[in-house]
Ligand binder design. Structure first.
Ligand SMILES: *Cc1c(COP(=O)(O)O)cnc(C)c1O
Length: 420
């Protein structure tokens, strides 16, 4: 383990050794007093890749010049538009290209996948999730169980950290799954908690969920593009994520889904259908009888959302070049350096509630301030540091490895050291 130093010279040395350093130049940064702001908010909205303007123009040109012909002609025929994202997404989440697709948006996709994978049956009707899950996930699960006539207080099992602790222990998650084994229909967890930045042991959760006889799905909003995962190998049943956080695909970008091939190939599996989930060969015959594609695209419904997917397509080309394993290796160092520097700030009183073990976190560190969290966040903002604040008391600091440098982390520390 390399010994870190709290100096700008040292930070610049780390940048000089970083093979991904030049990707920074391929993004637009918000400006603060004539220079790039320090942007540690890619866990909320990733920066705009410079390549997206041209990518959008390409599709505008197809529409302008070919109109409806753009579905079959032009640079990227729209008929297959979702397919262009699959190879890189498959690498990011550890899946085959048949197991992933893009469609709709995250919460919508959670609902659609729960329609297929949450099948309450007799006393097996409960959904187990983490307490303090992202609100949209809570609402989604609550309204799903209500839809079947259950009382959310009975049908939803929430696992909370132990008294005095801020994160969950894997052993407690597994114990809870075992305790409720006979009643669980679904284990629906975040891959990473948005508030604490804790990365869960998805392999262990999946194994325990299956041993209990339940389906297991993950919300990977904070994982995809941040930490590589092995959804196929871990035998995860399904997953969904958004593309505007670490994937840098812009506000409201198309969402991504994973369906394990053992389910994706089963065209009998219940779902809500639409023509884009039907084989292209028969799609335009306009006949009766929905025959889903035997892969994850069998869950697609509507015409490919080209304008909503184009930025993701452009951004994924950068992930393809950088390589998720390289990004992760840099991210582990970058976040470790951030943690090291934060520990050299005697005048600011906070606790890092994100786990210290790199296997249990991604890029984000969550700083918990007993008091003044909001005011300290606002002062950081005024000093050109873009981070965010989440009640109660947490400033989330997430140096995305694609476009954040060790020098950014050092500047962040220097501002905190001099101003607080
Ligand atoms: C960001 C995020 C969402 C947002 O869902 P949308 O449907 O894209 O608005 C949902 N769940 C989690 C865990 C998130 O981090």
């Amino acid at each position: 383990m390399l010994a870190f130093e709290p100096t700008s010279t040292f930070a610049r040395q780390l940048d000089a050794q970083d093979p991904l350093h030049t990707f920074k130049n391929d993004f637009h940064f918000p400006q603060h007093e004539g220079r790039n702001a320090i942007y540690f908010c890619g866990n909320s909205l990733g920066l705009q890749p410079k390549a997206v303007a041209n990518a959008i123009q390409t599709e505008l040109n197809s529409w302008q010049q070919l109109a409806v012909g753009g579905y079959f002609g032009g640079t990227n025929p729209w008929l297959y538009y979702q397919d262009y994202c699959k190879p890189t997404l498959a690498k990011l989440v550890g899946a085959s290209t048949q197991e992933v697709t893009v469609m709709n948006a995250l919460t919508v996709n959670l609902h659609l996948l729960m329609l297929s994978f949450y099948k309450p049956n007799g006393k097996r009707y409960k959904i187990l999730m983490e307490a303090g899950a992202f609100p949209s996930d809570q609402y989604a699960v609550e309204t799903q169980v209500r839809q079947y006539g259950f009382n959310p207080d009975e049908a939803i099992v929430e696992i909370a950290p132990r008294a005095g602790e801020k994160t969950l222990r894997t052993a407690d998650i597994i114990e809870s799954i075992n305790t409720h084994a006979e009643e669980l229909a679904l284990v629906m967890f975040a891959g990473m908690n948005y508030y604490t930045g804790q990365l869960f042991d998805m392999a262990a959760i999946t194994k325990a969920g299956h041993a209990a006889g339940a389906m297991v799905g993950f919300d990977l909003a904070h994982v995809t593009g941040n930490v590589p995962v092995q959804l196929h190998g871990w035998n995860v049943d399904f997953a969904a994520w958004c593309s505007y956080k670490y994937l840098n695909a812009g506000p409201g970008a198309v969402g991504g889904v994973f369906v394990h091939e053992k389910h994706a190939q089963n065209v009998q599996l219940g779902r809500l259908g639409g023509w884009w989930g039907n084989d292209e060969k028969t799609r335009f015959k306009m006949e009766k009888g929905f025959v889903p594609k035997a892969d994850a695209s069998g869950w697609c419904m509507s015409t490919s959302q080209v304008m909503n997917t184009v930025c993701l397509k452009a951004s994924l080309e950068m992930f393809e070049q950088a390589g998720i394993e390289n990004l992760r290796a840099k991210s582990i160092r970058l976040t470790a350096y951030l943690q090291y520097l934060l520990q050299q700030l005697p005048n600011l009183s906070f606790e890092i509630i994100t786990p210290e073990n790199p296997d249990e976190r991604g890029a984000q560190l969550s700083l918990y301030f007993k008091e003044n969290g909001r005011a300290i966040h606002d002062a950081m903002h005024a000093a050109g540091i873009i981070v965010d604040y989440r009640e109660p008391g947490v400033i989330r600091v997430a140096p995305a490895p694609m476009y954040c440098s060790f020098e950014d982390v050092y500047r962040f520390y220097e501002i905190l050291k001099t101003q607080f």
